[in-house]
Design a protein around this ligand. Structure first.
Ligand SMILES: Nc1ncnc2c1ncn2[C@@H]1O[C@H](COP(=O)(O)OP(=O)(O)O)[C@@H](O)[C@H]1O
Ligand SMILES: [Mg+2]
Length: 302
């Protein structure tokens, strides 16, 4: 078999640099070379090629993109172009899907995956929000492209919606996306899936005053096992979104008495060194599954 070379861009903070080294070594053991730190921010497209530090990125056998924090519009634009000629993990389509909360919920629902009830309407149809708050009692306004719990606004009643509307109207949005506020115990399950296989599960708990479990919103990570139902749901959501690597956020709806998927993350973080000390020891398993996946995807015919 001729030599294979892949490109990689993986976050370097929170232990990411160590993870990258392990992946590169394990790929090398399988005769796969890695060109690391291909940040498309510094790439230039010229005619048939996308150049990064003299490397024609479009000639690589695969590109592994794993950096949520530093993704700019320019990078995603090149990600999309590159994906037309090179296999990528995750594929651009699935990456873009999971970056959008409405599109994700829409696809999940159409694949029979339970999610929070939601409604999307044109910005001029604000009266739809009035109708829905009457029905739902409490809801959450969500920017469709946010992360880390940023911009989520809990709307407790009609009066608070009336207060919020002028601000939303000022923001020059194209649409409104709202979810029914799910009655849950302020904890969630984060389930990691790679190549259709279960990797690990841990829990997150909102801090005393907040209803959001995000660590960036003061939430904390704790050891928590998944049951078969949760794993099955996470796999189904991952498949529906078409992502090779996923971190599926699941909560238990106390009113409907069922697990629901809150979101599918296309770039779920590895356990940080601190979390590893706590006992979260899934990194090696996740690395092995990713290496297997890259190996499979780059196998050349004949
Ligand atoms: N419909 C909902 N009902 C109750 N809590 C929610 C709902 N949606 C989100 N949350 C809480 O807010 C957090 C962030 O929401 P999420 O949709 O995952 O956005 P982000 O991408 O910002 O993490 C979740 O982890 C959960 O704790
Ligand atoms: Mg989330």
């Amino acid at each position: 078999m001729s030599n294979r070379t892949i490109g990689m861009w993986l976050y370097t903070n929170s232990g990411g640099d160590k993870i990258a080294k392990k992946i590169i070594k394990k790929l090398k053991d399988r005769d796969i070379d890695t060109i690391d730190n291909i940040n498309l921010r510094h790439a230039i497209a010229k005619n048939a090629n996308i150049y990064h530090n003299g490397v024609k990125v479009n000639k690589l056998d695969l590109f592994f993109s794993y950096n949520a924090g530093e993704q700019t519009q320019y990078q995603t634009y090149l990600y999309q172009a590159l994906n037309r000629v090179v296999p990528m993990i995750n594929s651009y389509e699935s990456f873009a899907l999971t970056e959008d909360k409405f599109h994700t919920s829409f696809v999940l629902r159409n694949h029979g995956v339970k999610t929070a009830d939601y409604k999307l309407c044109h910005r001029d149809d604000g009266h739809e929000l009035k109708k829905i708050i009457k029905k739902w009692d409490k809801m959450i306004y969500k920017p469709t492209d946010g992360w880390g719990g940023v911009g989520l606004t809990k709307i407790e009643n009609e009066a608070s919606l009336d207060m919020l509307m002028p601000f939303l109207n000022q923001m020059d949005l194209r649409y409104f996306y709202v979810e029914k506020f799910v009655d849950y115990d302020n904890t969630d399950f984060r389930v990691d899936i790679v190549n259709g296989e279960f990797v690990s599960c841990y829990g997150r708990k909102a801090s005393g005053t907040d209803w959001r479990t995000n660590v960036t919103a003061g939430g904390s990570v704790f050891m928590r096992e998944a049951n078969d139902e949760i794993i099955k749901l996470a796999k189904k959501a991952t498949k529906a979104c078409g992502v090779d690597i996923a971190g599926v956020d699941i909560i238990y709806d106390r009113e409907k008495e069922e697990y629901i998927v809150l979101e599918v993350n296309g770039i779920p973080a590895f356990a940080t060194p601190e979390q590893e000390k706590m006992g979260l020891n899934f990194n090696d398993k996740k690395i092995d599954l990713i290496v297997d996946l890259i190996d499979q995807r780059t196998k050349k015919k004949g």
